[in-house]
Structure formats: structure tokens, C-alpha cells
Design a protein around this ligand. Structure first.
Ligand SMILES: Cc1cc2nc3c(=O)[nH]c(=O)nc-3n(C[C@H](O)[C@H](O)[C@H](O)COP(=O)(O)OP(=O)(O)OC[C@H]3O[C@@H](n4cnc5c(N)ncnc54)[C@H](O)[C@@H]3O)c2cc1C
Length: 382
């Protein structure tokens, strides 16, 4: 079925993105995974080539383009070369951090943070999760107490993507222990802030190039000028920005499912057993038929979500539906594709093997499948 999402501009952009990735990412991605670190220079080059941060206004060095289809193109091209550690890092910049900086900052803050972000010199992270609070953010214990022109922050965060690399961290902290869900605020904590330390770079089963870290705050002194938006509205801001994060996971899931299925179809046509291509076994054709059908039907939902997002109309519950469904689909598709590769599918030099381990987290971060279903279920019976 022909996909109608894109126009000529997007296809031209695809060429640029593809050429960039072939030149600047494909030759280095294995090394980055081995080093468990992506060379920072690539983010400056990626920003200059327009691979991310397009939504930042021209006055701050961005392009002022608000069209999620360009991000979809990046997700698809990243998935095509299976550079998911790199892909998750720029998704973190675009789908998680940037919108807090665009939507909640005053002019002074925009001037301070956006130019570096647009040029790729500044890498951001978003720190919500703590050792004792992930799904239930109301359990956050990191505290911030006002002291004149500063806030004194104490606490710990964990599982923070790009936590080691980040120059600025959007931090969720409790500013009023007695105010319930109105007792949380957001701050930008910058590298070099006294009392802010990075902990371990965590060992993961997948996405090795993408750093994931613990962060510690011990009487860290954060200027009041780094408060994002209004005090006490932290959870409200998270709720209004999580749909974009979820759309980001959905987009990556869509792109990876499609890319791995396509290469598996080619593999099955070429691989021979019992004097025939494995694609000629009826079981294999049924596997491919089922996956192709599911991926195409999912594509229709994702495309609709992208257009709704562009129109400012993506309902948070619809974003939750896409997030759990697509990430679970990705898990199923990649697992079945690995099986169709036989023993080669288990070898890390084969893209499907890498995709298998990189996929697993998709149903966990950005809100687990269970939490998505809980949100959707509550909306249904409300
Ligand atoms: C690689 C990686 C990167 C991450 N990056 C970031 C980041 O950049 N910033 C950040 O803040 N966080 C990040 N996270 C954290 C991630 O968002 C959390 O791990 C996730 O939200 C789940 O929280 P938890 O780990 O505390 O699990 P828990 O909340 O302890 O959940 C444990 C299990 O219980 C289930 N569960 C919990 N509540 C319910 C319920 N109400 N109904 C049914 N089941 C329930 C969950 O679905 C899960 O299966 C990252 C995590 C990983 C693994």
C-alpha cells in the first residue's frame, strides 16, 4: 500500500539525512557501541546538517520548522542503517528535552540555552526517574528548597539517558512536600553546578553507545533563574509534554519494525534450505504476511498520529495507545525476524541481533506498556 504521509520536501530531506548518516554515522557506530560512548562532535555535525532541533526558531540558530514528518524521516533513515544508539540520543534531544526549553523558558533563558542546543554544542537530558520512583512520579523525593536567589537541591536520579554527556539536565524536584501533585517544579541544572555529580554509567543489555546514568545532588545550588515555568507546576508540565515523548517512541518503533522486516524479507529470499529459498516455505510466507500486514496497519495509525501532532491535536490517550502498541509490535516483529535468520540472527554482526537487544527497552521507558494501558483504560471507564 502506498504511503501518503510525505511530500517532495520530505523526500528531498531524506536524501540529505541518508547521505549524512552514511558519511558520519555508519562508519563509526560499531566503535561507539564498543566504547559505550558516542563522539560528541557528531551531534554538532548532525545539528548543522539539520538532523535535529529544527523546531528552534531562526533567531536562536534553528530553522523554526514544526513538522513531525521530518523527524519520522530521521527515524526511518537511522533504522535503515540500524544506528539505534545514535537515534535514541537525538530523539532524546528532540522528543524529550527540547520542548521543555521551547515552551517553558522566558526570553533570558531562551537566549542562554537555545543557541547552544541548536548548534549541537549543548546536549540535554531529562531527569524524572529515581531509584524509588519511576512509573509513579508522585513518589519523587529529590527536593529543592529556596534559599534567596538559589534553590538547594538534594536527591538522586537514575536511568537518565545521556546523563553523563548532558550539559544541561531538566530536573524534576519536589518544592513543596505538603502540596501533593502541585508540589513539584522543573529546573535546568547545568554542568559544573556545585553539588551536582554524575554517578555510574549503567551497564545495559542494549543501546550500548547511548549513555544511561545515575545523577546525584548534594546541596547543589541551582540559581532561581533556572526555574522552568512556574513553581509547583512540574507534574502538570510533565503530563502535557509526555505525549511528545511517547510519539517519539512510537516513531522509532515504527521505523525499526519496518526496517528489520524489509531486511528479513530479503534474507529469506536469499537464504536456502532443502533446495529452496526459505521464503518459499509456506510457514515463512505466513510469518512475513502477518508481519507485513501488522506493520502496514500500524503505519496508518502512526501517520494519523503524526498529522494530528502537527495540527496540535494529538490526544494524550491516543499517544499512549500508539506508544504501547507500536513498541510491543516492534518487540514481536524483531523477535520473529530474528527467528527467520536462524543462527545468524543470534550473531551480533547481523543487524537483526543488534536490533533485538536495542528494542527491548521500548516497552519500558517513556511509560511502560502497563502504565499506558492503565491510562487508556481509565479514560475509557471515566
Ligand atoms: C535505558 C533507559 C533509559 C531511560 N531514560 C530515562 C530518562 O532519560 N529520564 C528518566 O527520567 N527516566 C528514564 N528511564 C526510566 C524509565 O522511564 C522507567 O524505568 C520507567 O518509567 C519504569 O519505571 P521503573 O523502572 O521505576 O519501574 P516500576 O515503576 O517500578 O515498575 C515495575 C513494573 O511494575 C509495573 N507497574 C507499575 N505501576 C503499575 C500499575 N499502576 N499498573 C500495572 N503495572 C504497573 C510496571 O509496568 C513494571 O512492569 C529510562 C529507563 C531505561 C531502562
Amino acid at each position: 500500500m502506498r504511503r501518503a504521509l510525505y511530500e517532495a520536501d520530505h523526500e528531498a530531506y531524506r536524501e540529505t539525512v541518508r547521505a549524512f548518516l552514511e558519511r558520519e554515522v555508519a562508519p563509526y557506530k560499531e566503535q561507539w557501541d564498543e566504547d559505550r560512548w558516542i563522539d560528541r562532535e557528531v551531534f554538532k555535525k548532525a545539528a548543522a546538517a539539520g538532523l535535529y532541533a529544527l523546531e528552534i526558531g531562526e533567531e536562536y540558530g534553528g530553522s523554526g520548522v514544526h513538522d513531525y514528518r521530518f523527524r519520522m524521516v530521521v527515524c526511518e533513515e537511522v533504522a535503515r542503517i540500524n544506528a539505534l544508539s545514535f537515534g535514541v540520543t537525538i530523539s532524546l534531544q528532540d522528543d524529550l528535552v527540547l520542548h521543555y526549553l521551547l515552551d517553558l523558558t522566558n526570553d533570558e533563558q531562551k537566549h542562554r540555552w537555545l543557541p547552544g542546543y541548536a548548534s549541537g554544542d549543548t546536549i540535554g537530558a531529562l531527569a524524572m526517574t529515581e531509584p524509588g520512583a519511576g512509573s509513579d512520579l508522585r513518589g519523587i523525593r529529590t527536593s529543592a528548597v529556596r534559599d534567596g536567589d538559589e534553590w538547594v537541591v538534594n536527591g538522586q536520579k537514575t536511568f537518565i539517558s545521556s546523563g553523563i554527556m548532558a550539559d544541561l539536565v531538566v530536573l524534576v524536584a519536589r518544592t513543596d512536600p505538603d502540596a501533593g501533585s502541585r508540589g513539584f517544579s522543573l529546573f535546568v541544572v547545568e554542568s559544573g553546578t556545585p553539588g551536582f555529580e554524575r554517578g555510574r554509567k549503567l551497564e545495559k543489555i542494549g543501546l550500548p553507545g547511548q549513555d544511561t546514568a545515575e545523577l546525584f545532588f548534594s546541596d547543589a545550588r541551582v540559581p532561581h533563574a533556572n526555574l522552568l515555568g512556574e513553581e509547583g507546576k512540574g507534574l502538570q508540565y510533565l503530563m502535557s509534554h509526555l505525549p511528545r515523548e511517547r510519539l517519539g517512541v512510537t516513531a522509532k518503533s515504527m521505523a525499526t519494525s519496518r526496517a528489520i522486516l524489509d531486511l528479513t524479507i530479503d534474507y529469506c529470499k536469499q537464504r536456502r534450505a532443502f533446495d529452496q529459498a526459505v521464503a518459499d516455505f509456506q510457514h515463512v510466507r505466513f510469518e512475513l504476511a502477518e508481519m507485513q500486514t501488522e506493520v502496514e496497519i500500524a503505519e496508518a495509525y502512526v501517520d494519523r498520529s503524526v498529522l494530528a501532532y502537527n495540527a496540535g491535536e494529538l490526544d494524550p490517550i491516543d499517544a499512549a495507545k500508539g506508544k504501547w502498541y507500536l513498541s510491543e509490535l516492534q518487540k514481536r516483529v524483531v523477535d520473529r525476524c530474528l527467528q527467520l535468520h536462524g543462527g545468524y540472527g543470534y550473531m551480533t554482526e547481523y543487524p537483526v541481533a543488534k536490533a533485538f537487544v536495542d528494542t527491548r527497552v521500548q516497552t519500558i521507558y517513556g511509560g511502560t506498556t502497563e502504565i499506558m494501558k492503565d491510562l487508556i483504560g481509565r479514560a475509557i471507564v471515566r
